[in-house]
Design a protein around this ligand. Structure first.
Ligand code: AMP
Ligand code: FE
Ligand code: FE
Ligand code: ZN
Length: 287
């Protein structure tokens, strides 16, 4: 017998709020999800779970199911790798230690980037703080917003293509665990690990690394994401079929910070059920 599925589609499993680099509060993100017709939505702020309570309450009053999530920063060599972590235990020690370390490194790194940028642009640290909600995970998007506010660029896209580019003179890398460690920590916290935008412009991850991540407990890939491109998608689809992996589709909504809109990619009901069945760290919040 199938377990009772209490959630309903459409399902979007990747949205950001002002607790990281989105431009809307967790409640506003859930309102946007509802407005775009979603019935199940996750909040996946970078390296923090601090928006969950507000999002869960808003989702409940809107009649949609809330899936607690996070997008954990990792790095392989020069490449940034994002690991979506669903239904983790937010108080699990190793995970907390790791996210605390990443967020504090992000703050140091933003200060260093601000100092470098200030050599050429009239930009103060306070300009960046002004773009950041208290306690939020700080990232390049907040520096971008400060550059926009000061009139140096038109929007985040322009800031990222130039001043904030990893190839530019102002870039500083942040501390991030390697992807295998990230998957291990998420899995040990009872969560389900899914690689975000795994076939993005930087190209697909090497097969040997993917195998190591799968051995560490990786559950699947976010194949439905606007940044994924061929031939990476094809390679990952084969891997999914071979190893019966979970596949998700999501928007990566950031409010006004990106053009991505809630529900532009969605996750199938049976994949949502597999994520819920596999997780032990926390549970969906049903309306
Ligand atoms: P960081 O983690 O601080 O290095 O910044 C990376 C974040 O910036 C990602 O999570 C994206 O959401 C965001 N980002 C990257 N490229 C762009 C872009 N072109 N426009 C808007 N946001 C971007
Ligand atoms: Fe982001
Ligand atoms: Fe990401
Ligand atoms: Zn994201």
């Amino acid at each position: 017998m199938q377990p009772t599925r209490r959630f309903q589609g459409p399902i979007d499993l990747h949205l950001h709020s002002t607790h990281s680099d989105g431009t809307e509060s967790p409640a506003q993100v859930m309102q946007a999800a509802h407005r775009y017709g979603l019935r199940t939505a996750a909040l996946t702020d970078h390296d923090t779970t601090s928006g969950w309570a507000e999002a869960a309450e808003a989702a409940g009053s809107l009649g949609i199911t809330f899936i607690p999530g996070m997008e954990l920063s990792a790095r392989h060599e020069w490449r940034s790798v994002h690991v979506l972590a669903y239904l983790i235990d937010p108080d699990e020690t190793a995970l907390r230690t790791m996210t605390d370390r990443i967020r504090s490194s992000r703050l140091d790194r933003a200060r260093l980037m601000a100092e470098r940028i200030a050599r050429d642009y009239d930009l103060q640290w306070d300009d960046i703080v002004a773009q950041t909600t208290e306690g939020a995970t700080v990232g390049r998007p907040h520096i971008a917003d400060a550059l926009v506010a000061r009139g140096f660029v038109r929007d985040r896209t322009e800031a990222f293509s130039d001043i904030l580019s990893p190839r530019g003179e102002y870039y500083v890398a942040l501390f991030a665990p390697d992807p295998v460690t990230a998957v291990e920590v998420v899995t040990a916290a009872g969560g389900v690990a899914v690689v975000a935008h795994p076939a993005g412009r930087a190209g697909v991850l090497p097969r040997a690394l993917l195998n190591d991540m799968l051995d560490a407990g990786l559950a699947g890939f976010e194949l439905g994401h606007r940044e994924n491109v061929e031939p990476g998608i094809r390679m990952l689809r084969r891997l999914v079929d071979e190893r019966d992996l979970i596949v998700t589709g999501s928007s990566d909504y950031h409010g006004l910070g990106k053009p991505n809109l809630p529900g532009e990619n969605t996750t199938a009901d049976d994949m949502m059920a597999r994520i819920i069945d596999r997780a032990t760290g926390s549970a969906p919040v049903y309306p």
